[in-house]
Design a binder for this molecule. Structure first.
Ligand code: ZN
Length: 293
């Protein structure tokens, strides 16, 4: 395990902070979906945010979904995370190709275009919490900063980065989220803003070998950082043949019957991890027996 999330407080609990290194997570997503470099960068940023935001939730069964609906060629992104560092996700068009922008960086904003960000927290209540904001820069980190400020009223700073190798595998990935509490003193906010102006990009820090702890030390320089806990992060999908079977049973007898009468095996794809599950006619007939409507 190399990927992990670290949590911290600073300035005597006036700040809470999260940082993560997610290279293996993003590389696993890239391999699962065979994403183009710009799609890897976009998905990697959102996966990294997802692991950290997932870890903010209280209960093991809580689920966080970050969903971007946008008009750019990537078509949209969806990421789901639990509170134990497990995250999965996909982009609608993994093959999207965009030329590097003027700075020679992968142009995530161009791939996304205009759109909205939905933050859905399913905490086992009747209705999930849904927060929605429009994309401001479509670079994802700034959009999440805006989301925290407007939907959750928590002033935050979000940094996310994915760096690719020449062969398009993931070289570095990670990020941080720093949030100030309502009772924060002005001097602490000023110091934080100054620090943020000075720091290098997340990918530059990671590429220098910085750990998530060192990234937070940099962002929160001079503010008495206290690390409170650490947890592994991974790309993980909980799909299984049994789950897909249950989904097939739930479509009902009529639909199953029509699949059977088509006379060929059925392939079901998990969007989140791109695994395929094949069902033979015999298996479909078994499922039909189990379907009660
Ligand atoms: Zn899956």
């Amino acid at each position: 395990m190399t990927d992990y999330i670290v949590r911290a407080t600073a300035a005597g609990n006036q700040i809470r902070a999260f940082a993560a290194t997610t290279k293996d997570t993003v590389e696993a997503a890239r391999q699962a979906h065979n994403t183009s470099p710009v799609a890897t960068a976009a998905l990697g940023r959102l996966l990294t945010a997802g692991t950290m935001m997932g870890s903010m939730m209280k209960n093991e069964s809580d689920l966080l979904t970050l969903q971007i609906q946008c008009d750019g060629p990537i078509g949209g992104l969806t990421v789901t995370a639990d509170n134990q560092g497990r995250v999965k996700g996909y982009v609608n068009n993994p093959e999207v190709l965009i030329h590097a922008n003027a700075k020679g960086k992968l142009d995530v904003a161009e791939a996304l275009g205009l759109g909205i960000l939905n933050v859905i927290k399913d905490m086992g209540l009747k209705e999930p919490y849904v927060g929605q904001t429009i994309l401001h820069t479509s670079e994802i980190a700034e959009d999440l900063t805006y989301y925290f400020a407007t939907s959750e009223q928590i002033p935050s700073s979000v940094g996310l980065g994915v760096l690719m190798n020449k062969d398009n595998t993931v070289r570095q990935a990670g990020g941080f989220i720093v949030q100030v509490m309502p009772f924060v003193e002005d001097a602490v906010v000023d110091r934080l803003e100054e620090n943020i102006k000075k720091i290098d990009s997340v990918t530059a820090m990671l590429d220098r070998g910085y750990t998530p702890e060192q990234i937070l030390q940099e962002v929160l320089q001079g503010m008495d950082v206290e690390f409170t806990d650490q947890m592994p992060a991974e790309f993980y999908c909980n799909c299984s043949k049994e789950r897909v079977e249950r989904a097939l049973i739930s479509i009902g007898r009529k639909e199953l019957q029509s699949l059977i009468s088509e006379g060929k095996e059925v392939e079901m794809n998990c969007h989140f991890c791109n695994r395929n599950y094949t069902f033979s006619i015999e298996e479909l007939k078994e499922l039909l027996k189990k379907a009660n409507r």
